[in-house]
Design a protein around this ligand. Structure first.
Ligand code: FES
Length: 181
């Protein structure tokens, strides 16, 4: 489940479930933080405070671990999170160059979110599709054999999907039904 949560009460409620399902006592801090990030898509502040409480360690210790590992993000990801694989196969096949292309096209560095919150950019470890290296995952979609121009194609597809979504919203549900008939 990937979800952005602004409301502290929602975070607390959902943290209860995460802590119960992960057996927080016997789980390492890193594993627990990974579970929290899998659920929310990032580490909300309130969630990290809950982790500190559950593990009986200081907040500073939890924030320290979260900021030490670059797999953790403290801000919500963009609507279309871009994850560039930096596993060995992707690294050898030029993943780093593709990451730079993403940075240039999106106007952000890895770990950041675009101002319109449409994209975030992160580097990740092997996503398990090494035969297709270099690989980028955008949202839920895996894109293999990436070359610089593929980035433009993906961004264009996202823009078109966004435009279509906005048009459908403007039309409202009744007009959409009529159009479908
Ligand atoms: S190293 Fe990139 S998919 Fe395995």
């Amino acid at each position: 489940m990937l979800q952005n949560v602004e409301d502290d009460l929602d975070v607390l409620q959902e943290m209860k479930g995460i802590l119960e399902s992960t057996n927080s006592d016997g789980t390492s801090l890193v594993t627990l933080l990974q579970a929290v990030q899998r659920h929310f898509g990032y580490l909300p502040r309130e969630a990290m405070i809950e982790v500190a409480r559950a593990k009986g360690v200081s907040r500073a210790a939890v924030f320290g671990v979260a900021s030490f590992y670059n797999q953790f993000r403290m801000i919500p990801p963009g609507k279309h999170p871009v994850k560039m694989c930096m596993g060995t196969a992707c690294h050898i096949k030029g993943g780093n160059a593709i990451l730079k292309v993403w940075e240039t096209k999106l106007g952000i560095r890895e770990g950041e979110v675009t101002e319109d919150r449409l994209y975030s950019l992160d580097r990740v470890a092997c996503v398990g599709c090494c035969a297709m290296a270099p690989v980028a995952v955008v949202g839920e979609e895996v894109h293999g054999n990436m070359i610089p121009v593929t980035v433009d194609g993906i961004m264009l597809a996202v823009e078109l999907a966004e435009k279509r979504g906005r048009e459908q919203e403007e039309q409202g549900p009744e007009n959409q039904e009529e159009a479908a008939q």
